[in-house]
Ligand binder design. Structure first.
Ligand code: BES
Ligand code: MN
Ligand code: MN
Length: 465
């Protein structure tokens, strides 16, 4: 039996199994869910065993464990390492979900008339990771596994993959591979398959402004004492100029400038501005002067406040000058910008713009490097051929604005190239309330993945004969 008939025959079970996995709240950011995160690792292990992997292990790290599995059929054949994550983002704000985030249900949407599974992690990344587990089953059951496969599924991606660097460093041999395959990104639309060729880096910091040593009466002291919220707001506002350019000395020094030809090529990717505005309910677009929306959210760095707090936010009014104000700030970086260097530049600048009247603290959280994948290697070609076989048309290369910091570490420690075959849509609401993943996308992913292995193995043999 070939792959698609097997998928059609077993699709209901494939969906039910994903639903079971989505019921476990594997929220890595919240220590209250530690048990559930560990349970999810266990569930992934059982599923990898059932799919036909020989060795399946739960590898302890200093944080949440990594599920490792392999099926080695012939050491002379190429080895593909699949990476994914079983942890999910917190579901907050829970009250905005139309059904509970960990009680998966299938609902139809305009974009997914065939139905979509609604649950936290449906698309990012349990649904996309599980496509690979099912693709493995399909290949085993139809006798079509053409190469060796390794799986490395982690549980800390959504909190910065902090334990992963040490794991890569100490397990180079175990993880040795010819290419890394990841489905944790998106595609342009259901009829425009795409291969993600770039990810942004990230520097995440938290800042604190302290003025008086206690909250003060805003009448008795107001006007005579620096209000940390006023000061923080001014400092934050000064971080962008009137062209929405980031005002940190040295910030743009290493930013790669794309040639006009490359920018022209990028502009060919289908994009409907009116649709974009409508989907997210914005009146108008906003961003750095001189760049298109697609450029602003992929090849240009950013600085965004992710949260800001301080003072009185309860019911009614309270007249107070707070002692402290805080903000969480993320900077999305482009390839060549070093995240540690940018974090330092930010810290130096932010401390320098604080007036003498306040104390300022900058606390770095985590970060990672951006990445661009080559499009002239056999892994890109194999992915493109796989999309052609499944969708009847070639894939469009697309740089994404999101970050998967581990990708650059794979290159550093394992010397591996990565290919990013995403099946999510922007409208799938990852990290937002009502995250979902289209059933059609899920099954299409399971169909496309085996084609990748087939083409990659053929191209590898040609290149190495
Ligand atoms: N899967 C996403 C990243 C992503 C989504 C890349 C869509 C491209 C397209 C990943 O789980 C994620 O959310 N990454 C974080 C970074 C991490 C260090 C917390 C992000 O991009 O905010
Ligand atoms: Mn993800
Ligand atoms: Mn994510």
């Amino acid at each position: 039996m070939t792959t698609r008939p097997y998928i059609d025959q077993h699709q209901e079970r494939f969906i039910d199994e994903l639903i079971e996995l989505l019921k476990i709240p594997s929220i890595s950011a919240d220590p209250k869910f530690k048990k559930e995160v560990l349970m999810t690792a266990g569930a992934v292990k059982i599923n990898l065993e059932a799919a036909g992997c020989d060795t399946v292990e739960i590898c302890e790290t200093s944080g949440f464990p990594i599920v490792y599995a392999e099926k080695i059929i012939d050491p002379d054949l190429p080895t593909v390492l699949v990476y994914g994550h079983y942890d999910v983002q917190p579901p907050d704000p829970v009250e905005l979900w139309t059904s509970p985030p960990f009680e998966p249900v299938i609902k139809n949407t305009d974009i997914h008339p065939e139905g979509a599974v609604f649950a936290r992690g449906a698309c990012d990344d349990k649904g996309q990771m599980y496509m690979h587990v099912k693709a493995m089953e399909v290949m085993m059951q139809t006798d079509e596994l053409p190469c060796n496969i390794k799986f490395m599924i982690e549980g800390e991606e959504e909190v910065g993959s902090v334990s992963l660097e040490a794991f890569l460093e100490h397990n180079r041999e175990k993880l040795a591979n010819d290419v890394i395959l990841i489905s944790d990104t998106g595609m342009i639309s259901k009829d425009v398959p795409s291969i993600t060729t770039g990810l942004r880096g990230l520097s995440y910091v938290e800042v604190e402004i302290e003025s008086p040593n206690r909250d003060l009466h805003s009448g008795l002291y107001g006007g005579a004492v620096a209000n940390p919220i006023n000061i923080l707001s001014q400092m934050i506002a000064s971080l962008h100029d009137e062209n929405n350019h980031i005002n940190i000395p040295g910030f743009y020094d290493k930013v790669e400038e794309l040639s006009d030809a490359e920018r022209k090529k990028m502009a060919e990717a289908p994009f409907d501005l009116e649709d974009y505005k409508k989907h997210i309910g914005i009146n108008d677009i906003h961003g750095e002067t001189g760049f298109s929306t697609n450029e602003r959210n992929s090849i240009r760095p950013t600085l965004d406040i992710n949260g800001i707090w301080g003072g009185y936010i309860g019911e009614g009014a309270k007249t107070v000058i707070p002692s402290k104000a805080f903000a969480k700030i993320s900077m999305r970086l482009v390839p060549n910008q070093d995240w540690r260097e940018i974090t330092e530049l930010f810290k130096t600048h932010f401390e320098s713009i604080a007036p003498k009247s306040v104390k300022v603290k900058v606390k770095p959280h985590h970060g990672g490097q951006g990445y661009v994948t080559p499009i002239d290697g056999i892994e890109y070609q194999a992915a493109d051929l796989a999309f052609q076989e499944a969708f009847g048309k070639p894939a469009v290369p697309q740089r994404s604005g999101g970050s998967i910091p581990i990708v650059s570490l794979f290159e550093k420690y394992l010397g591996s190239k990565t290919v990013l075959m995403g099946f999510g849509l922007n409208s799938d609401a990852i990290h937002s309330p009502n995250e979902h993943f289209g059933i059609w996308n899920y099954l299409k992913g399971i169909e496309t993945i085996p084609y990748f292995y087939k083409h990659f193995t053929e191209l590898y043999k040609k290149e190495n004969q």
